[in-house]
Each structure stands twice: as C-alpha cells, then as structure tokens.
Write a protein that binds this ligand. Structure first.
Ligand SMILES: *[C@@H]1O[C@H](CO)[C@@H](O)[C@H](O)[C@H]1NC(C)=O
Ligand SMILES: *[C@@H]1O[C@H](CO)[C@@H](O)[C@H](O)[C@H]1NC(C)=O
Ligand SMILES: *[C@@H]1O[C@H](CO)[C@@H](O)[C@H](O)[C@H]1NC(C)=O
Ligand SMILES: *[C@@H]1O[C@H](CO)[C@@H](O)[C@H](O)[C@H]1NC(C)=O
Ligand SMILES: *[C@@H]1O[C@H](CO)[C@@H](O)[C@H](O)[C@H]1NC(C)=O
Ligand SMILES: *[C@@H]1O[C@H](CO)[C@@H](O)[C@H](O)[C@H]1NC(C)=O
Ligand SMILES: *[C@@H]1O[C@H](CO)[C@@H](O)[C@H](O)[C@H]1NC(C)=O
Ligand SMILES: *[C@@H]1O[C@H](CO)[C@@H](O)[C@H](O)[C@H]1NC(C)=O
Ligand SMILES: *[C@@H]1O[C@H](CO)[C@@H](O)[C@H](O)[C@H]1NC(C)=O
Ligand SMILES: *[C@@H]1O[C@H](CO)[C@@H](O)[C@H](O)[C@H]1NC(C)=O
Ligand SMILES: *[C@@H]1O[C@H](CO)[C@@H](O)[C@H](O)[C@H]1NC(C)=O
Ligand SMILES: *[C@@H]1O[C@H](CO)[C@@H](O)[C@H](O)[C@H]1NC(C)=O
Length: 309
C-alpha cells in the first residue's frame, strides 16, 4: 500500500474513533465488491478464524467468494451469510427434440456453514415439473408444479400454490444439497406453452411469484441464473457453556455474549445492548479501526481504488 494511502487510513480512523489499531486496519482488507467482511470472516487466512477465509475475485468480477460460491452479504448479528447459488433447469431442446438440463449441488460438509431451514424454501417453477432436493445424496424433499394453458391467464401474482410454482420447507442442519428433475415429468409435449422447468433452494423473503415465471425464463433471468440462499454459520461444534472454558473461546470483546446455534452444533457471539462493535474482537482491536473500517463507505472506496491499481 502506498504511503499516502496509509496516511489517509490513519486520518479517517482518527476522525472517527478515539483510539485506533492501525496495524489491523492496514493489513486486513475489510471489504470486497461493496460487501463488508467483518471478523471472524477475512479475505486472508491470517485475518480470519479457521474456516471463515474468503477470497476477493480481483481478477474477475471483484466479488467475494467462498470457494466457488459468491457471497452477497454477511450478518454478524443474525449469524448468517447470503450466498448466490445456481438455478437448476430442465428444458425441451427443439433441435434434438429431447430434454436437456443442468442440476447443481452445494457441499458445505466440514465447514462452519449450514443451510437455513427458516430462511429458505425449495422452489420449483414450471408447468410439468417434479423437482427433487437431495440431502447427502438421498431424496428428501420433492416439489411438483403443474399448469394448463388457461391457468396462465388466471394465476394470481405473489401466490405460489402448486400451479406453475411450488415451495417446500427443508430439514434443519443440512450441509449438503443437490437439485435434480424427474425425467418422467418433462415439457416435451407442452414445449410450445412452457419449455423449461427451474428449481433452486431460494431465500424465501427474496422470492415473489409472478405468473409470467411459469411459461418463460423470467424467474431465471430475474436472478441472473443464481438465486440468493441463506446460510447459518457457527463457531466450532461446542455449546457456549463448554466453549467458554477453552482458550480458543472467541467471544472475547468485553461487550460480548454467547448464544448456542439453533441450527446444528456450535455457538455465536452477540452484542450486549447498546454496543455496536464486533463481539469477536479484543477490546484493543475493536470500537476503533476494525469496527469503523468495516462500515466506512469512503474508506471502502479507497480500498477498492487501491485494489484496482
Ligand atoms: C471470478 O469472476 C469471473 C467472472 O468475472 C468468473 O468467471 C469466476 O468464476 C470468478 N471466480 C470464482 C472463484 O468464482
Ligand atoms: C482458507 O485458507 C486455507 C489455508 O490457506 C486454504 O487451504 C483454504 O482453501 C481456504 N478456504 C477458502 C474457502 O478459500
Ligand atoms: C446486507 O444486508 C443488510 C441488512 O439486511 C442490508 O441493509 C444491505 O443492503 C445488504 N447488503 C447487500 C450488499 O446485499
Ligand atoms: C440441443 O441439442 C443439440 C443436438 O443434440 C445439441 O447440440 C445442443 O447442445 C442442445 N442444446 C442444449 C441447450 O443443450
Ligand atoms: C442434450 O440431451 C441429449 C439427449 O439426452 C444429449 O445427447 C446431449 O449431450 C445433451 N446436450 C447437452 C449440452 O447437455
Ligand atoms: C461432501 O464433502 C465431504 C467432505 O469434503 C465429503 O466427505 C462428502 O462425501 C461430500 N458429500 C457429497 C454428497 O458429495
Ligand atoms: C409481489 O409482487 C406483487 C406484484 O407482482 C406485489 O403486489 C406484492 O406486493 C409483492 N409481494 C411481496 C411480498 O413483495
Ligand atoms: C417425457 O415424459 C414422457 C411421459 O412421461 C416419457 O414417455 C418420455 O420418455 C419422457 N422424455 C424424456 C426425455 O425423458
Ligand atoms: C413479469 O411479471 C412481473 C409482475 O407481474 C412484471 O413486473 C415483469 O415486468 C414481467 N416480466 C416480463 C418479462 O414480462
Ligand atoms: C405466457 O402466458 C401468458 C398468458 O397466456 C401470455 O400472455 C404470455 O405471452 C406467455 N408468455 C410466453 C413467453 O409465452
Ligand atoms: C477449541 O479447542 C477445542 C479443544 O480444546 C476443540 O475441540 C474445538 O474444536 C476448538 N474450537 C474452535 C472453534 O476451534
Ligand atoms: C469438534 O471439532 C473438533 C475439531 O474441529 C473435532 O476434532 C471433533 O471431533 C468435533 N467433535 C464432534 C462431536 O463433532
């Protein structure tokens, strides 16, 4: 980092906080592609708790990635991240007269991440569609969507009812899922009305059914092929009571509390009321640069510029 950039960092920190841990601010980049990356997450293994290191795709789209999955958002208070996962499709191919499709899977086994059972719905779109959600390669959830030509005129927007659209809940604690279609339900005979079926695990609050989804690619296009997915994360595999006695306990801010994960083993740190710092950081690293850097748009812009050079 050029000297004048470091000077700007110090100046900005000085203007915001009473005391400032310049070293941590200067060495750990806290933002990527407009997404804040607060500890325990980091863009370098040295800046992250094990399992929480991400990469910033500087040579590509400039977005943060966990392995090959894009991250949209990180929430410390909710203990959640939003990922963008591919939408599976199964389409009639007018050239071959057969069906072609792409299924997808996500394997988070052995990581701190679990699919949120509250936040996501397995969602399928189509007029002759049977989609499966596989957990650990076992069929666990299925979703059937059918419709007829005159349904397309009558369907209300905003209601996913099994006509042109279906949604089902997923089990708790999942770390793996795959999406596939039943070939017995295909659009060969109805392709002039509805050529493709789509299915994905989707953040429920981001989804709003439109009747034009069921006979077009509007659903897929709306999410540009990859829909948001809510993922819970937790520290380790112990409860707060057990972890508190260990030397690697991570709720080390003096304003920090601990809550057991509700979706599988592990715990999260939370803020005590009225505190807005980072409960995962020591007092000398927090309330100063670490916290402010993460939420300072001017500084993020500077960091972005530095990265572009
Ligand atoms: C980085 O972005 C490019 C497109 O700009 C994309 O092709 C590539 O897959 C991305 N990297 C990762 C790790 O996904
Ligand atoms: C995190 O860092 C470790 C050690 O450098 C590396 O092996 C691992 O692949 C990284 N994880 C991710 C998701 O980038
Ligand atoms: C991340 O989530 C917060 C709170 O839900 C929201 O205000 C913010 O706009 C989100 N940022 C992105 C990049 O999605
Ligand atoms: C459609 O079928 C043709 C002939 O088999 C094939 O070349 C083409 O890649 C297929 N299209 C898609 C989208 O799979
Ligand atoms: C499309 O499906 C046909 C028939 O199953 C298959 O031969 C072809 O390889 C598929 N094309 C693609 C691009 O997957
Ligand atoms: C998921 O990944 C774990 C660890 O990498 C591996 O043991 C397991 O077989 C994978 N599961 C599936 C269904 O691919
Ligand atoms: C869903 O979209 C319809 C219009 O297409 C709108 O009236 C409705 O308020 C939306 N619902 C939500 C929850 O966003
Ligand atoms: C499509 O479904 C029909 C009726 O179930 C079946 O006879 C046909 O083999 C299926 N086509 C493909 C490509 O699986
Ligand atoms: C699909 O329907 C929604 C809501 O009714 C509308 O906002 C959108 O413009 C439509 N998209 C297309 C491509 O027709
Ligand atoms: C979908 O169905 C509606 C109602 O019949 C029709 O107005 C619209 O043009 C159809 N869209 C496509 C892409 O065929
Ligand atoms: C902390 O250390 C214990 C062993 O003392 C280990 O079992 C646990 O997984 C560690 N927790 C974390 C979060 O690394
Ligand atoms: C907890 O995690 C530690 C290290 O991460 C591992 O050695 C241990 O087997 C795990 N315990 C359980 C019950 O999964």
């Amino acid at each position: 980092m050029p000297f004048h950039m470091l000077a700007s960092l110090l100046w900005l920190c000085g203007g915001i906080a009473a005391y400032c841990s310049a070293a941590s601010a200067a060495t750990c980049v806290k933002s990527c592609g407009g997404v804040e990356i607060p500890y325990p997450f980091g863009l370098d293994p040295a800046c992250a708790l094990p399992g929480f290191n991400l990469t910033c795709n500087i040579t590509g789209d400039g977005k943060p990635y966990y392995k090959d999955v894009e991250l949209l958002n990180i929430s410390l208070t909710q203990g959640q991240v939003r990922m963008r996962m591919h939408i599976a499709n199964y389409c009639y191919n007018s050239t071959s007269g057969g069906m072609n499709g792409t299924g997808w899977s996500l394997n988070l086994t052995g990581t701190p991440f679990r699919l949120s059972d509250f936040g996501n719905k397995f969602t399928a779109i189509g007029c002759r569609t049977l989609a499966y959600l596989l957990a650990d390669d076992v069929l666990t959830t299925e979703c059937v969507a059918t419709c007829k030509a005159d349904d397309l005129l009558r369907l209300p927007d905003g209601v996913c009812s099994g006509i042109g659209c279906c949604q089902t809940a997923i089990p708790k604690g999942l770390q793996y899922y795959g999406v596939m279609f039943d070939s017995g339900f295909n659009t060969t005979e109805i392709h002039s009305m509805s050529r493709c079926s789509y299915a994905a695990l989707v953040e429920a609050s981001s989804f709003n059914f439109s009747k034009n989804y069921s006979n077009s690619s509007v659903f897929n296009d709306h999410y540009r092929g990859r829909a948001p997915l809510l993922v819970d994360w937790a520290i380790g595999n112990e409860t707060c009571d057990v972890a508190r006695k260990k030397s690697n306990y991570t709720c080390i801010s003096k304003n920090s509390g601990c809550v057991d994960s509700l979706n599988g083993p592990g715990y999260r740190c939370n803020y005590s009321q009225g505190f807005h710092g980072n409960p995962y950081l020591k007092p000398e690293d927090d309330g100063s640069c670490q916290g402010e850097v993460a939420y300072n748009p001017i500084l993020s812009a500077i960091i972005e510029k530095v990265k572009l050079k």
